[in-house]
Design a protein around this ligand. Structure first.
Ligand code: ARG
Length: 459
């Protein structure tokens, strides 16, 4: 046990207590952040005359050598240390002696860990954003290629009206675009530096918090020392945004699983993204999509866990907060791997345009358009709705689609039907007439794709 405290104690910590309390097993992920934060802290201390320039230089090179040695596999992070902060400080003192003991001047592990975690999350907010952008870029390409790929649109999982694959993907483009804008919001709100808050009440040293903040690329220092050491809102906001990403991925996966089934056959998963069955030779399973859908649960779990951990904590720092790390790290790893795999899966999937189009043609997806046709001939919409409803019933009995009926049959339901009905309710017309912005018609979608193109170029 190598720990940073002990002066006040007359007995060794019980081993079980020590192990229970320790966080080195997981907070070693924060090594980079811890060292970067310490370098900034000591740089500021020297500028303020709290340590000498020689002490600063010795501390900085000591810190850099620790990082180098860990990365080279020459220095192991072991359970001899309580946490990553103790590991760094103990090794620093081993290496440079007395000067090393001055690093922690004007600092507490409370503001130190608050800083490390903030920088770690901040990095991943950026990385998540980049992965979302990769996904959006693939979606954009698929949309470009499928502006005229007709497919049924569903409500209640019943065929409703025809749309295009580009339009369907566009819905997900919107979702993931909002996810990116959440990353941006979180970054803007969280990018303030807690270092200098001390244990909870600041310090008596003449720290220049503005300067430390600037060295670490923050917009500025946080403005309340008690909040600084006990704020984990940014973790919760990030976990919430990650949960939302998973919810979007999970919905998308659910559709892909359906589309990949023998009942739909709208898509075919690339072999590289499917798995087989140990007993059924014919099987090609969409395991990746299922796993992404399944992993949504653990990310929601992290969010719920963290909300519950923070609930009821009195100000300021409490050890409960150490629980932020494992859940957050797990959620980050989960979402980042899901986004990467999902993007690859979409990129390699084969779309069966013929099957989608055939599916869009049956199921009376043109019934609304048939009613609209009658409205165009002067029939009030409510009456048109009733007429087409009776027509559909007739078609179901006859096992035919509306456009397979003869004009005489149609006239039997309403004398306003003319030869132009066939063109009015063709699949192409049904889609192409939907030209308000946001609708699936080719021209409307083109306009939207132009906007998406500009968005991907500059954001
Ligand atoms: N491992 C601790 C955490 O993650 C570091 C802060 C310890 N502070 C303290 N007062 N015990 O929260």
């Amino acid at each position: 046990m190598a720990q940073l405290w002990g002066g006040r104690f007359t007995k060794q910590t019980d081993q079980l207590v020590y192990d229970f309390n320790a966080s080195i097993g997981f907070d070693q992920k924060l090594l980079h952040e811890d060292i970067r934060g310490s370098i900034a802290h000591v740089t500021m201390l020297a500028r303020q005359g709290v340590v000498t320039e020689a002490e600063r230089d010795s501390i900085i090179s000591g810190l850099q050598s620790i990082l180098r040695d860990v990365e080279a596999g020459e220095l192991a992070i072991t359970s001899r240390y309580e946490d990553v902060h103790s590991f760094v400080e103990a090794n620093l003192i081993d290496r440079i002696g007395e000067a090393g003991k001055k690093l922690h001047t004007g600092r507490s592990r409370n503001d130190q860990v608050a800083l490390d975690m903030r920088m770690y999350v901040r990095n991943h907010v950026k990385h998540t954003d980049a992965l979302l952008k990769d996904l959006l870029t693939v979606l954009y390409q698929k949309m470009e290629e499928n502006l005229d790929t007709y497919m049924p649109g569903f409500t209640h999982l019943q065929k409703a009206q025809p749309v295009t694959l580009a339009h369907h993907f566009g819905a997900y483009f919107e979702m993931f675009r909002r996810d990116r804008s959440r990353m941006h919001d979180i970054y803007e709100r969280m990018n303030y530096c807690p270092l200098g808050a001390g244990a909870l009440a600041g310090t008596t040293y003449p720290l220049d918090r503005e300067y430390t903040a600037q060295l670490l690329d923050f917009y500025g220092p946080t403005l309340n020392s008690m909040d600084s050491v006990s704020d984990r809102d940014y973790v919760i906001e990030y976990l919430s945004a990650l949960s939302m990403i998973m919810m979007h991925l999970s919905r998308f996966c659910e559709e892909i699983i359906l589309w990949n089934s023998d009942e739909y056959r709208f898509v075919e998963m690339d072999d590289a993204y499917s798995t087989g069955s140990s007993i059924m030779p014919q099987k090609k399973n969409p395991d990746i999509a299922e796993l992404v859908r399944g992993k949504t649960g653990r990310v929601y779990g992290s969010l719920m866990g963290m909300l519950t951990t923070m609930k009821g904590l009195p100000l300021a720092y409490n050890k409960d907060m150490q629980e932020d790390k494992e859940q957050t790290f797990d959620a980050i790893e989960t979402v980042e791997s899901c986004l990467t795999l999902f993007t690859g899966m979409i990129n390699t999937m084969r779309f069966r345009e013929d099957v989608m189009e055939r599916s869009a043609k049956n199921g009376f997806t043109n019934a609304t358009d048939a009613a609209d046709y009658l409205v165009g001939k002067g029939v009030p919409f409510r009456d048109a709705h009733g007429i087409i409803g009776r027509l559909v019933l007739y078609c179901i009995e006859k096992q035919a689609s509306i456009d397979e009926l003869s004009l005489e049959e149609l006239k039997g339901f309403c004398d306003k039907f003319e030869e132009d009905i066939y063109d009015a309710i063709s699949l192409k017309t049904c889609v192409e007439k939907r030209l308000t912005i946001g609708a699936p018609g080719h021209e409307a979608m083109r306009e939207v794709l132009e906007k998406y193109k500009r968005y991907l170029e500059c954001e």
